[in-house]
Structure formats: C-alpha cells, structure tokens
Design a binder for this molecule. Structure first.
Ligand SMILES: *Cc1c(COP(=O)(O)O)cnc(C)c1O
Length: 471
C-alpha cells in the first residue's frame, strides 16, 4: 500500500506527544522554554527524500536528516542487513584480542573506497568521538616520535567538530565555547576561509591564499616545534556551507608539509559522496593524514563513526606504539558495521557518488544558483550536494556590496518557517539558508525543491515588506 494512504489510517495525538516530549525529553541544541511554548514537530515516517509528521504533512527533507541520510529513507535492505546481524551476533567488543566479521569487512571496504594513503580504520560511535580519538591519537603520535612538545592543534573559527569536550574545543563556535568551559588546552583557532566575510577587494583565488596564510602566521607565532596538526572540514557544514576558494586547500597542504605538521580532514559531512566524491579531500586537492567520518557512513540508519588513519601515523602507532589506551565499548559494533556495509553497497551499486558528480550535482548548481535572481538573495553557491544562499536587504554591485539585515530580526528563521509551510526543510545559519539533500534526489525532485524554495522566498519577502523590513 502507498505510504501516504497507510499514514492516513494512523491517528496520532500530536498534542499529547508534545506534552510528554516537553515534560521529559531534553533535546540537543534546544531552548526548552521556547520549545514548550511551540511544541515539537513529531516526525513519524520517512520514504525516499520525504518525511511525514504526525499531522500528516508530507515534507521534502532537503537536509538529509542532519546531513546524513545519503541513500534516502525507507530502505528495506538496510533493515534486513541489521536484522540479520542482530540475529547472528548483536554485539561483541573488539578489546582483548577479539574481532567480528562486519567490523573486519567494513575496515577493508573503507580502505578500498578511501584515498590511497589510508590502510587502517579506528571505529567510534559518532563524529564527536572520532574527533576526540583524533586529539589523543595525534598527541600520542608525537609522543612516540619523541616530540611531545608538539601538542597544539590549530583549527578555525566557526568550525564544527562535535559536542564532546574535545569536539567542542576543536570546533570554533563562539556560542558553544561560551558554555561549560574551560575547553581542552592546546587548541587554537584561525579565521575561516569565507570569501563573503573576508574577501572584500580580492578575487576568490587571492583570498584563498590569504586565508591559508593565516595558518602559516599562527604556526610561526606558536613555534613550529609546538604544533601537532591542523584540522578542518573540507567544506564547513554547520558553520553555513562555507565553500573555500579553490586555492585554499592546496596552500594549506603546502604549509602543513613545509612544517611537518599533520593534516586532519573532518569529513563527517563531506565523506561518502556528499560533494560528489567519496571524500571531499580528494576533490579539493589535499592528502590528509587522518580523516574523521560518521554520518554518511551508515546514512544515519545506525550510529557509527571512525577515523581513517593514514600510513604515516599508522606505522608509528602500530610499530612502536604498544597499547594505545583508548577505545569505546561500541568500537566496531557488528550491527552498526553491517549497516555501513549495506549502505556502501547501495552507494556503489546505484552509482550515487558518480551521479552527484556528473549529473544531479551540476543540475542542482544550475537550478540553485538561479535563485540568486530573487530580490531577497544576494548570493547562492553549491558544491556537489551542499548549497547555500544569503538573504539580503538590498543587493549591491558585488557580493561585498550587499546590504544585509540586522541579525536580531531573525530573517533566516522567518524564511525557514515559510519553507516548512511550503513543505520543505531548509536550515538557517543566521541569514544563510542551506541544504544538503539526499544523494538519491532526482532532477525532477530538484525542480520540486527549488520551486518550493522560490515560493517560500516570495512568502518571506512579502512578510518583510509588510513589516517594512525589506527594500
Ligand atoms: C556532525 C558533525 C560532527 C559530530 O558528529 P556527531 O556524530 O554528531 O558526534 C563532527 N564534525 C562534523 C564536520 C560534523 O558535521
């Protein structure tokens, strides 16, 4: 039976669920007073790129859940793979000289789909744990190299690396650093490669070199002998889909090589096809020593994360390291690994990464960047299957001449509300509206998506004009 019809038969008492929710469930990144006043939206079903809420609304999920449902919702072969593994061996640990088949198979498969310098994998339960692991692993590496003074990790403002204490310390989100400190020592931040924010008076390529130069400046200030590693997302996700100029990453690589410091790519979003390549590093021209992954590795069906460990680090850890006193109960969890194996099989068999690279990614770029013709949109860009557009009060002659809204007006959130009303989920980061659709999204669905976005932009502009806010 058609899913929509099936859902029509189910009656949810949305209010009762919302009351229980607000009484007992503490949500991540949430103001609970505000949530209690509004009531949470209750998601009950997903199929393909669509979600249904408890009131029967069908919503196009242009955010893939939280950047993760790359193969789309409702895949029965994923359910089958997990069911089979749960019946066979639901859990065993990988401590004390034991292993399990899905973990071994997945490690080998990840080595196969990852760049050539990677031959080893460490499994975690999430992206945050992957980055925590990286902090300890990088520092352990330099201890084993006899250079334990090399412990400082350089990251970037407005980076997102997770919510555990090491994840939040690596990240550069001011609102997160302001709470629950002090942060982990030995982590410093440089500016982000945001052309819109910092590139006035320069071409994107010039700005890319300037922004990468901030790394070299900071290494010199700290003393190269104190610096362990640099970490960055190939394309910043939660920070607002910040796509760096093409000159940026190759210059970062050159600087890391020059000073011998490790290069870490946080590919929790960019990995597994999101940018139209298995890993964003390859696309953007870098050869990292370590890669953090999570989200897309299982398309979010079951939690799993990990670290791809490059030969440079793996050789030292395995040959001179002895015990690395680090690991999680769920490292190499057989059910999570079975889900990842099936997810990667789907990505491969359906050639989803190639499709995004050659067909639907370029089509999305064409349709999405055309939204910049809208009077409310100052700039729109995309990379593979991430994209963003900036809402502006008045357009200037160049992107740096745009007149922006007062941040306190919350124009992005107003726009996000209209997106929901039009049946599409788009995320607001300030006044930048972003998407990261499932990799299975077809050309027809991209038309539907950009059509809905255009309509919601019209709704937003109409309200802003009524209130005398927009020009
Ligand atoms: C989501 C995310 C993380 C954290 O992953 P969790 O699974 O939520 O712990 C880390 N890095 C990046 C780039 C992310 O987008």
């Amino acid at each position: 039976m058609d899913i929509t019809k099936q859902l029509d038969k189910v009656q949810f008492d949305t209010q009762a669920i919302q009351q229980l929710d607000s009484a007992h469930y503490l949500h991540p990144f949430t103001d609970h007073n505000a949530l209690a006043a509004r009531g949470a939206r209750v998601m009950v079903k997903g199929d393909g790129i669509y979600l249904w809420d408890s009131d029967g609304h069908k919503i196009l999920d242009a955010m893939s859940g939280l950047w993760c449902v790359n193969i789309g919702y409702g895949r029965t072969s994923m359910a089958d793979a997990v069911y089979k593994q749960m019946q066979t061996l639901p859990f065993y640990n990988s401590f004390f000289n034991t292993t399990n088949l899905p973990a071994v198979q997945l490690a080998a498969l990840l080595v196969d789909v990852s760049p050539p310098q990677f031959n080893h994998v460490f499994f975690t339960g999430s992206g945050s744990e992957a980055n925590d692991t990286i902090v300890r692993m990088v520092r352990r590496y330099w201890e084993l190299m006899g250079q334990s003074e090399r412990h400082v990790i350089i990251s970037r403002h407005n980076a997102y690396h997770g919510s555990t204490i090491a994840g939040v310390s690596l990240g550069g989100m001011a609102g997160m650093h302001a709470q629950g400190g002090p942060m982990v020592p030995g982590i410093v931040h440089i500016g982000q490669p945001s052309y819109l924010e910092g590139g006035s008076g320069m071409t994107p390529d010039e700005f890319g070199l300037v922004a990468a130069g901030w790394l070299e400046e900071r290494i010199r200030e700290l003393g190269p002998d104190n610096v362990a590693a640099f970490i960055g997302e190939p394309v910043q996700g939660a920070g607002g889909v910040i796509i760096p100029p093409p000159t940026y990453w190759p210059e970062i690589q050159r600087i890391c090589d020059k000073y011998g410091i490790l290069l870490i790519a946080d590919e929790v979003i960019c990995g597994f096809g999101r940018l139209g390549a298995w890993f964003g590093s390859t696309l953007l021209g870098i050869k990292p020593d370590l890669i953090a992954f999570a989200k897309g590795v299982t398309s979010g069906y079951i939690p799993l994360g990990g670290v791809l460990v490059g030969d440079r680090v793996a050789a030292v850890l395995t040959e001179k390291g002895g015990d690395f006193n680090h690991g999680f109960t769920y490292s190499g969890h057989p059910v999570a690994c079975a889900a990842a194996l099936e997810n990667i099989r789907i990505l491969r068999d359906e050639q989803l990464v190639e499709k995004v690279a050659q067909d639907t990614g370029p089509y999305l770029k064409q349709k999405f960047t055309a939204l910049a013709d809208h009077p409310l949109v100052g700039h729109a860009d995309s990379c593979g299957f991430v994209a963003g557009l900036n809402l502006v009060r008045r357009k200037g002659a160049t992107v740096h001449g745009n007149e922006v809204f007062d941040g306190d007006l919350g124009v992005g959130m107003i726009c996000r509300g209209y997106m929901f009303e039009r049946g599409i989920i788009m995320r607001a980061v300030g006044d930048r509206m972003i998407i990261a659709p499932p990799l299975v999204t077809t050309r027809e669905q991209i038309d539907e998506m950009t059509g809905k976005i255009g309509a919601a932009l019209d709704d937003t502009l109409a309200e802003l004009r009524r209130r005398g806010i927009a020009a």
